[in-house]
Design a protein around this ligand. Sequence first.
Ligand SMILES: [Zn+2]
Length: 301
Amino acid sequence: MRFPSFFILLASCFGTAFGRNGSLDSVSAFGTRATRAVGSALRLVAMAAAGILAAANAEPARAESGRAGIVTFTFDDGFQTQYSVAFPLLGERGMVGTLYIPSGFIDSKGAPSRLTWDEVREISSAGWEIGSHTVSHPHLSDLSIEAARRELDESKHDIARRIGHAPVSFSPPFGDYNDAMLAEISKDYQSSVLASGDQSGFANDPRALNRFLIARFAVQDSTAPSALCDATIAAAKHKSWLVFEFHNVVDQTSGDFDYRRSEFEKVLDCVAKLRDDGSIRVLTTSGALQEFRKLTADKGN
Ligand SMILES: [Zn+2]
């Protein structure tokens, strides 16, 4: 997987530098013509130039080839601040996230602090993922299979009808699930996250991942931005998948799961810096899972 990427990069460097189509054939054709025309000295210069270009592209190549860590920003419960605060702050930094929405809370007259469907659609159109967090946010393990099925199916259909495509990612309210519920969730969705997980910073290992038990770093108002930054650095180092779980992002916190906007910006700046140097990638939940599938497919080649 590593070597083909490198050769493609090398070949495309030749293509870019010399106006060729970037295939390996054109590389050797160029080499032959260069030798005939002006001798081997020029060919050596061309090789050196390509080497410099390849080196300049080495970091992005590393990130693209899946050898970087991955960070996913997730937001539960459909709070309005996810549109008014989190969405623009991630957008300014060229990042996207995943919303897990209880579909019955959206456009709810009695809950003005929640998102509207127009806002959800705008977020979705910007490349964010919209996942399901049931309809009414119950404890799934308290429900009969029939009642749980209604929560899973109706939420899926509500979201599909409103944004134009069905959600594939699920978050059980309160992180509450049991084996029977996971079996039901897996009939409708491709993944399910936990409400908490390993906060030591070592996050999910893409090589040993249960996509229905994805650990998340549950962020509370007391969580220091430096703890989230440290976890991101660890994910970069271990090439693991770190999934942050946020709720409300506000100027003044009033609950355990509120997170202060100024602290949130510090976290984003830390993640953006690591993203810019090629150490991590920022993807949605389904985007990350897609990458892991690609890696597995590559290994089979
Ligand atoms: Zn929730």
